[in-house]
Design a protein around this ligand. Structure first.
Ligand SMILES: NC(=O)C1=CN([C@@H]2O[C@H](COP(=O)(O)OP(=O)(O)OC[C@H]3O[C@@H](n4cnc5c(N)ncnc54)[C@H](OP(=O)(O)O)[C@@H]3O)[C@@H](O)[C@H]2O)[C@@H](O)CC1
Ligand SMILES: Nc1ncnc2c1ncn2[C@@H]1O[C@H](COP(=O)(O)OP(=O)(O)O)[C@@H](O)[C@H]1O
Ligand SMILES: [K+]
Length: 550
């Protein structure tokens, strides 16, 4: 898989951390010192003038990091107010707590203690990190609810800085863990301004509530790279499912893991059928068919077709029913049109070997999609099934069989629920313990069941392949992407890339990346029609004008 930075589950993170410590080359105390120093460093970068900080230290190693941060900020001239628990933490956290005690006092970490804390410029949440497996309870749960109230409406702390993650969030799923009793004990979501996570992002930073809870996410290198990469060499290890990756266009990582998206995309596009083809012509860039629906519903398919063209397919043919052809007379003139009334005609059309990808669903109508679907599946060529084709697929007798791994399904949440009602029901359950069932778990299971690449749309788009590869793309910074027709553009863009010969999983990942980038570049006010028009600029920005040349 080409795109993105590796995401680690909390179990993988723990395994890497303990492999590092078992090696004897680095101690837990050193890792904790580095973790605390990374957070203190990020704080001092943003607030160069020493201010006042409240530090909330929990019962485990996350709390240990909090004591390190308090010590380092105090040494830099900050005024500290530290709240902690009267428990016996592990040896490293206990040592960091002792070191802090030589500098300053620890007030009890209680709801009242938090409410009565002196005013400060930032509050540092070091209560729970990746070790949280059960919902916060009792006094700590009350503290977190109070913290949520103080940070949720902007009237409490000016800025909450989360250490590794906002406390109470399940880092494998991005869900807030709930105790199983009553409304008044339900968690109040935290809204950090800054989260400094260690070594690698975790799924929970990017899924569900993660992005809004984390605010700006920084990934700090704490010297575990050697053990992480060594583990990557021995993928047979049962603890390592195929890599989960994050695709992020503008991710603010200040370490060596920053992935050059441009070169990733160039490699993917270079793998297309145009690559190294000295006498390349339009057919060597692929020919995509986009099926359109009945008169009055043509816009969605036209959006998809335009995106396939802008994505670089050599030819794109729009196929409405013959009676609806007149509706498609307008631009773009580059688009070819051909009437398509029934499955027999489609079967004949697909005997042309120059057709290299197909898009079925946008604006198609469920009946028409259901009629054409068996031909598309028999053909077994690269295809995107979207919108009405997904509704038809969910009702098909062979479902979830009959698909191949060059097929991409692009459901939104509602379509996903129709296709995989049991997985949707599991996602909807109130998460009571970690690791909670996540969107990546659901997508991996979905892709493995149906044998196709599945892409679940949303502010956190998750893509999974039948072999277990998965990636997350977080677009929570471009909410204006949620506007009518943008999904059709995405389906068309994937189709264009498939037509060019890019493998399904990479085509989907590349399209999701460029789709969000296009929205980000255009800004608020975007309508779906604007998205394909951004692509030429994006290709140039990413150095993709060299595409097809290795
Ligand atoms: N990964 C890395 O490389 C490095 C990681 N480091 C840091 O360590 C952090 C992980 O530390 P950690 O495993 O100790 O778990 P942490 O998240 O602190 O706390 C969760 C624990 O609290 C406990 N608990 C107690 N009372 C509870 C209650 N009322 N409600 C709920 N739970 C309660 C509970 O224990 P339980 O009683 O369930 O056994 C649970 O296990 C990590 O995020 C990072 O900050 C760095 O220092 C070094 C490098
Ligand atoms: N809150 C959001 N923030 C960013 N992107 C979003 C958000 N909600 C949806 N999206 C994206 O917008 C697109 C909407 O697609 P879809 O639901 O199929 O709409 P349509 O059918 O109108 O085209 C998807 O690419 C999805 O990932
Ligand atoms: K935390």
């Amino acid at each position: 898989m080409l795109f993105g930075t590796e995401i680690l589950t909390t179990a993988q993170m723990r395994a890497i951390e303990s492999a590092a410590m078992v090696s004897g080359k680095v101690s837990g105390l050193t890792l904790m010192e580095r973790a605390g120093a990374a957070v203190a460093g990020e704080i001092r970068l943003r607030w160069p003038k020493p201010g006042r900080a409240t530090v909330l230290c929990g019962p485990g190693n996350n709390g240990g990091d909090g004591y390190v941060i308090a010590r380092l900020l105090a040494q830099a001239g900050w005024q500290l107010h530290v709240l902690g628990l009267d428990n016996a933490p592990g040896p490293d956290a206990a040592e960091m707590k002792r070191r802090w005690r030589r500098i300053g006092p620890i007030a009890p970490l209680t709801e009242a203690g938090l409410r009565q804390s002196p005013a400060s410029d930032i509050c540092i949440d070091a209560i729970f990190g990746t070790g949280l497996t059960r919902p916060p309870e009792g006094q700590i749960a009350a503290v977190l609810r109070q913290l949520g109230r103080m940070t949720g409406d902007g009237e409490g702390y000016p800025c909450l800085v989360a250490v590794d993650c906002p406390s109470g969030l399940c880092m494998d799923s991005g869900e807030w863990l709930h105790p199983d009793h009553g409304e008044d004990t339900a968690p109040v979501p935290l809204h950090a301004g800054l989260t400094v996570a260690f070594d690698s992002p975790k799924p929970g930073h990017l899924l569900q509530w993660g992005p809004t809870a984390c605010g700006k996410l920084m990934i700090a290198d704490i010297g575990l790279r050697h053990w992480r990469e060594r583990r990557a060499d021995t993928r047979a290890d049962a603890m390592c499912p195929p890599a989960l990756r994050a695709i992020w266009p503008e991710f603010p990582v200040r370490d060596s893991r920053m992935v050059d998206v441009g070169s990733c995309a160039r490699i993917a596009l270079g793998k297309g059928i145009s690559a190294g083809h000295p006498a390349g012509h339009k057919y060597s860039h692929g020919h995509a068919l986009v099926v359109a629906g009945p008169a009055g519903h043509g816009g969605a398919a036209r959006l998809a077709a335009r995106a396939a063209l802008r994505g670089g397919a050599g030819l794109v043919t729009l196929c409405p029913p013959a009676a609806a052809m007149a509706e498609h007379a307008g631009p773009p003139d580059a688009l070819m049109r051909r009437g398509l009334d029934n499955a027999t005609q489609m079967r004949a059309m697909l005997t042309d070997p120059r057709i290299t990808a197909l898009c079925l669903g946008p604006g198609c109508g469920v009946n028409r999609a259901a009629g054409l679907l068996p031909v598309v599946l028999d053909h077994a060529g690269p295809c995107v099934l979207d919108a009405d084709a997904l509704t038809a697929l969910a009702q098909a007798p062979h479902w979830p069989g009959g698909l191949s791994d060059n097929c991409v399904l692009t459901p939104h949440a509602g379509e996903f629920a129709r296709l995989f009602p049991d997985l949707d029901a599991r996602l909807a359950e109130t998460p009571m313990r970690g690791p909670a069932f996540s969107r990546t778990d659901a997508l991996r299971e979905a892709a493995s069941r149906c044998g196709a690449v599945v892409l679940l749309k949303g502010p956190d788009t998750v893509i999974a392949a039948p072999d277990g590869q998965a990636c997350i793309h977080s677009a929570s910074d471009v909410p204006w992407l949620a506007t009518a027709g943008t999904g059709d553009v995405l389906a068309g863009l994937i189709t264009g890339f498939l037509a060019r010969g890019i493998a399904a999983f990479e085509a989907a990942a590349l399209a999701v990346l460029l789709h969000a980038r296009a929205a980000r570049r255009f800004g608020p006010g975007l309508i779906a029609d604007d998205l394909p028009e951004q692509l030429p600029f994006l290709f140039r920005e990413l150095g993709l004008d060299e595409w097809g040349r290795k």
